[in-house]
Ligand binder design. Structure first.
Ligand code: DGJ
Length: 700
């Protein structure tokens, strides 16, 4: 094997990525902190050739291949029906590069395959890697997988992954990672609640603020596969790809397949630093809203399917009076939709419930100075619907087998142009006829016994087409809550519904997980009823509000039955939130480590460094009512900060004779260094409560 190589050094901000072309394949040999301008050489990366194996040291190519001596999971898997091209050997034919990007054309003329592999450092020092495979041969090629490998430094010996279930998404799972292989496969046809295409690897005990961390996200809303291989050739690496089912992608001569883009970040200051890179990238995207995001009222947990003009106009009146800025009519407005067993697909206004159409409600909402938004679930069809009676062949299923319904519904085949045209026409018609600012786009079931590639692309295409026709309409991605939150759908939407659980206690952890990837401002977080509809737990308004303000705020409860004190307090909460909104929606968010795992410390610092908001939440009761000091890192060490509590209701402190002294001294301040080293003293919080403070830099 040719051991001479070109080294390509990509760099930006704090990041360096070095790509070697040894063996005429691109391999990332370094991904980490900026290396400076000094010359790099092959000798820094070449390992000895060991006995007992093949006669050279196999490179971990970005698309690993058996022909390079790599005997782990290959990057490209596929075949032609004559059993050729099973092990292609793609070699670099051209390279284009700059300081921040490199594009490799890889070809195998014998196998009739070519790949364009692009590595680019984007905004936020996010490394974006994309690959497109083309069949340059004369027969069809069955693609099983196109995976990209990213090396992880050997000292990363722990893995953090995410998952859960409906109404309890983004739970965090830690696994030691030494000589082991960990793999995550999602076959549910949407991003899913159970598994999330986000993984972090880091040095021992990496935490909110400590440790070197590498993070990878696959920007895709369908099936996926992530493998953390700590075994093969003693090269720790992550492999990320779409998970294809056999026969799903058959490339005819000239056809191409583009793999979902991988987004990768590196941080030397723990998970908070890693997430900040993702957030900066999201904020750099053209569709990221520059304007204030309106406070929402959503009708779902207020009235469910019980739509009635009189009730909803009354709800709109109360909502407007407390400061709500957008009224969202959720599920239940269209033909035959009196419960979840019927109607999906029949996207016209139900004349029995809305005899004068939606105009009276929309005009009423607009007259109260609120925007109007509406719910759709375009990719679904109810068995009991006119659409299904007319076009049962539009459902995505194998007609030879009994169909499995989910929430009584089937899935439409979004790869069909006629299905998309139908949906486009119906959604557009409603948007043309009314003043609608927003669509909540739901997806309430998993896909069964089918691939998800064409389905996912079909949805992206439809969203794209609708956005082009209605550029001012904002879309929200919802999939029974947080089942479709990813960078694949992100270019098409402005908001994500984080979870169907708005139980503040669960939300504390759900939102912590979701903000590992997405910034606050695009994650919907609503204040629900005192007794939560899903967990049946009861939480104070102060706690519900303190949790919900760290997101795009909404209200989701029946304000018509709320006692006057709750309405008055909600009015105050919304006003306070609006004053904090610019900070929470544009600042740097972080979490702090705390010795007590019952305590969650989360904060946001303004980019000008003048103000930082910090929330301390006690999840459960603990051994002691004392809470260890809250140390904050994201501050200027030499600057002085005034500390003051912000209350969203009556404080929930356990029995005490005296609160921390500083709480009674409006002029109390600490330096950034003191806050980092000593921390501030926290009052004795009750379980399921939060304490919020503002740190304001004192200008000398
Ligand atoms: C699931 C969503 O997550 C809810 O917020 C609500 O829109 C329902 N679907 C409506 O069916």
């Amino acid at each position: 094997m040719n051991t001479r190589s070109q080294l390509i050094h990509l760099y930006q901000g704090e990041l360096s990525v070095v790509i070697s072309t040894r063996g005429n394949v691109p391999s990332i040999v370094y991904w980490g902190s900026y290396l400076g301008a000094s010359q790099l050489s092959d000798a820094m990366f070449l390992r000895p050739v060991l006995g007992g194996g093949i006669d050279f040291d196999a490179p971990l190519a970005m698309i690993p291949q058996h022909h390079d001596g790599w005997l782990g999971i290959p990057g490209l898997e596929g075949f032609r029906t004559d059993a050729s091209a099973m092990f292609a050997h793609l070699q670099i034919s051209t390279i284009e590069q700059s300081n921040t990007s490199a594009t490799f054309e890889l070809t195998d003329t014998h196998a009739g395959l070519a790949v364009v592999l692009r590595v680019q450092i984007d905004a936020g020092d996010v490394l974006a890697v994309s690959a497109t495979l083309r069949n340059t041969g004369k027969t069809s090629y069955n693609l099983n997988a196109l995976r990209v490998a990213l090396p992880i430094t050997a000292s990363a010996n722990e893995i953090l992954t995410f998952g859960g279930r409906w109404a309890m998404e983004f739970g965090e799972h830690r696994t030691p990672w030494s000589d082991t292989t960990i793999s995550i496969t999602n076959l549910r046809g949407r991003t899913s609640h159970e598994k999330w295409p986000l993984i972090f690897a880091g040095t021992s005990g990496f935490s909110e603020q400590q440790g070197e961390v590498w993070g990878c996200h696959l920007g895709w809303s369908g099936n996926f596969e992530i493998t953390a291989d700590g075994v093969t050739e003693h090269h720790k690496h992550l492999l990320l790809s779409e998970r294809l089912v056999a026969g799903e992608i058959i490339l005819q001569p000239g056809d191409s397949y583009t793999a979902p883009t991988i987004y990768a970040v590196h941080s030397t200051n723990g998970l908070s630093g890693a997430s900040q890179h993702f957030h900066q990238y999201v904020r750099s995207l053209p569709q990221h809203l520059e304007t204030d995001r309106p406070v929402i009222i959503n009708t779902w947990e207020a009235v469910y399917f019980d739509h009635d003009l009189k009730t909803l106009t009354a709800l709109a009146d109360v909502a407007a009076s407390i400061g709500v800025e957008r009224f969202v009519l959720d599920d239940g407005w269209f033909t035959g939709r009196r419960n979840d067993s019927s109607g999906l697909g029949d996207w016209s206004v139900d004349a029995t419930v809305w005899p004068q159409g939606l105009t009276p409600l929309i005009e009423h909402v607009r007259s109260r100075n609120m925007q109007f938004g509406i719910w759709f679930e375009p990719e679904m069809v109810s068995v009991n619907s006119d659409l299904y009676r007319k076009h049962s062949d539009w459902a995505l299923h194998d007609a030879n087998y009994e169909q499995i319904t989910g929430r009584n519904q089937l899935v439409l085949d979004m790869s069909r142009a006629d299905v998309r045209d139908y949906l486009y026409a119906h959604i557009s018609k409603l948007l043309d006829a009314h003043d609608i600012a927003y669509i909540k786009w739901d997806h309430n079931r998993d896909l069964v016994a089918t691939g998800a590639h064409a389905q996912t692309l079909g949805t992206y295409e439809l969203l794209d087409r609708l956005k082009r026709k209605h550029p001012l309409v904002q879309f929200e991605s919802c999939a029974s809550g947080g089942g479709r939150i990813d960078f694949g759908i992100l270019p098409h939407v402005s908001r994500f519904w984080t979870s169907d659980s708005i139980d503040a206690l669960d939300r504390t952890l759900i939102q912590r997980g979701a903000t590992r990837l997405m910034p606050h401002e695009i994650l919907g977080s609503h204040i629900g009823s005192r007794v939560n509809h899903i967990t049946r737990r009861s939480h104070s308004l102060a706690f519900r509000a303190s949790t919900a303000i760290f997101g795009w705020l909404g209200i989701e409860s029946n304000l018509l039955t709320a006692p006057p004190e709750e309405i008055a307090r909600l009015t105050e909460v919304i006003a306070k939130y609006k004053s904090l909104r610019p900070l929470i929606h544009s600042g740097r968010s972080f979490n702090e480590d705390h010795p007590d795992t019952n305590i969650v410390v989360h904060g946001v610092s303004n980019s000008d460094g003048l103000s930082t908001i910090v929330s301390i939440t006690r999840l459960n009761n603990g051994q002691s009512n004392h809470i260890d000091p809250i140390r904050i890192h994201d501050l200027e060490p030499q600057a002085e900060y005034r500390i003051s509590p912000i209350y969203f209701g009556t404080p929930a402190f356990s029995p005490h004779r005296q609160l921390p002294q500083w709480m009674e001294d409006a002029s109390f301040s600490m330096s950034g260094l003191q806050l980092q080293q000593i921390g501030f003293i926290c009052p004795p919080l009750l379980p399921a409560s939060s304490f919020i403070v503002m740190l304001e830099r004192v200008m000398s």
